[in-house]
Design a protein around this ligand. Structure first.
Ligand code: S3P
Length: 439
């Protein structure tokens, strides 16, 4: 446990009650920061994510010539570079953010400069060949170090490609689309599993033309984006982050009389399978006041816990890819379910901010749970009693928060070591948790 900060103590709770408004969605904030930075004019954003990751994207846009103003009313004004990034004076620091590094690589590759993208230790361990491959096919010159950051991009004009995404990754898709709207010709892209489509909505919001052509078979569709497009600034409100809401939705499952209201949450259908999972586990969900902003659905979620405890379920196939960020917290509450939760087809968890399968396993074990670890997931029986323990976040925000939720039903206190990692996506997490918990 390398973190030297004071551990966060989480005590068991009796129930969760109350309402909370969550900061803006991390995924959408990244995209708006980047597209605002290349657009012409000044974009005004409300409810931008308070997480450190999207702020890495903002800082990179500043280094590339955009102006970013944080207003006293917490809105952010970004004056873009009207399609021409400058040569940054220093390497572009992506911090802990895979989204920043991968999506930005596509956005900057068509510009005639040399860019170096760096990140923290965790980001330097994450696979980057997945973005190098399509961008090289488009004509970009990109150097990696053994498949990893630091990334050096020798930018210049790119040409369109037809690309079939080999792994379900919205970050890879976005890198190709962000390069594609600036390339020569029309780039097309097919996904085997449909991933979050925030980039498609954001590109359209900034005035880009992008087509989605549904194929006969299931959900597989072809996206096409003409090159040579210019973007123009927008005014937008970022929806609350459903992946942050996930921690409270899972917490609500643990108490029969829980009653939570989560305001103005993003409910994009490519993210919202989580709500079906919460329902399948026995949570009673009501969605109120749904509105659409720039293609994104926003609504208020009310959730009550199941009367007889959460049921179990098998999570696999496309569903694992669609709720990949929520799997750690689902695994952390799995021992408290009646029939257990099995997670498979989730090998990608091993190359997130940490090896999330290994860290979930380590921390479940510390709390006294039994389970089976697989290369692509975990099989966690239900009906188990856990005890408080020392949790190692591994500097991974979602692990820190997932085990704070598991702690609510454990016997005794839990110490979350490296709890400050929560600030990567959700700095207010522990304050909100404390306000919602009744003890
Ligand atoms: C994200 C896509 C997912 C997700 C990440 C955010 C995005 O990553 O895990 O937290 O905003 O596009 P992959 O694209 O690598 O699956």
């Amino acid at each position: 446990m390398p973190s030297t900060s004071t551990p966060q103590i989480v005590r068991p709770a009796r129930t969760l009650q109350g309402s909370v408004t969550l900061p803006g969605d991390k995924s959408i904030s990244h995209r708006y920061a980047m597209l605002a930075g290349i657009a012409e004019g000044t974009t005004h954003l409300s409810n931008f994510s308070t997480g450190a990751d999207p702020h890495s994207s903002l800082a990179c846009m500043q280094a590339l010539g955009a102006t970013v103003v944080h207003n006293p009313d917490k809105t952010i004004a970004i004056t873009g570079t009207a399609g021409s990034f400058i040569q940054p004076a220093t390497p572009l620091d992506c911090g802990n953010s895979g989204s920043t590094m991968r999506m930005l690589a596509g956005l900057i590759a068509p510009h005639p400069h040399t860019f170096t993208l760096i990140g923290d230790h965790s980001l330097t361990l994450r696979p980057m060949e997945r973005i190098r491959k399509p961008l090289m096919q488009m004509g970009a010159k990109i150097d990696l170090v053994d498949g990893h950051a630091p990334i050096t991009i020798h930018g210049g004009p790119l040409h369109a490609i037809d690309f079939d995404t080999p792994i379900p990754s919205a970050q890879v898709k976005t890198a190709v689309l962000f390069a594609g709207f600036q390339a020569n010709g029309t780039t097309s892209l097919t996904e085997s599993i449909r991933t979050r489509d925030h980039s498609e909505h954001a590109l359209r919001a900034f005035g880009a033309i992008l087509n989605r052509e549904s194929a006969a078979a299931g959900d597989i569709a072809k996206l096409s984006i003409p090159g040579g497009q210019k973007l123009r600034a927008v005014d937008a409100t970022i929806p609350g982050d459903l992946s942050s809401a996930a921690f409270f939705l899972c917490a609500a499952l643990l108490f029969p009389d829980s009653n939570l209201i989560l305001d103005s949450i993003g409910m994009n259908p490519t993210r919202a399978s989580l709500l079906d999972v919460i329902t399948a586990l026995g949570g009673k969900i009501k969605v109120l006041n749904v509105e659409e902003h720039h293609g994104e659905l926003i609504g208020t979620i009310q959730v009550n816990g199941p009367a007889h405890g959460p049921r179990g379920m098998h999570i696999g196939g496309a569903l694992s890819a669609q709720i990949i960020d929520e799997l750690p917290v689902l695994a952390a509450i799995a021992p408290y379910t009646i029939n257990g939760i099995t997670i498979r087809d989730a090998r990608e968890l091993r190359v997130k901010e940490s090896d999330r399968i290994a860290l979930v396993a380590k921390n479940l074990k510390a709390m006294g749970a039994t389970f089976t670890e697989h290369e692509d997931g975990l099989e966690i029986p239900g009906n188990q009693k856990l005890h408080g323990a020392k949790i190692d976040s591994g500097s991974d925000h979602r692990i820190a928060m997932a085990f704070a939720i598991a702690a609510l039903r454990a016997e005794g206190e839990t110490e979350i070591h490296g709890a400050e990692a929560a600030a990567i996506s959700f700095p207010e997490f522990f304050t909100h948790l404390d306000q919602l918990c009744q003890r």
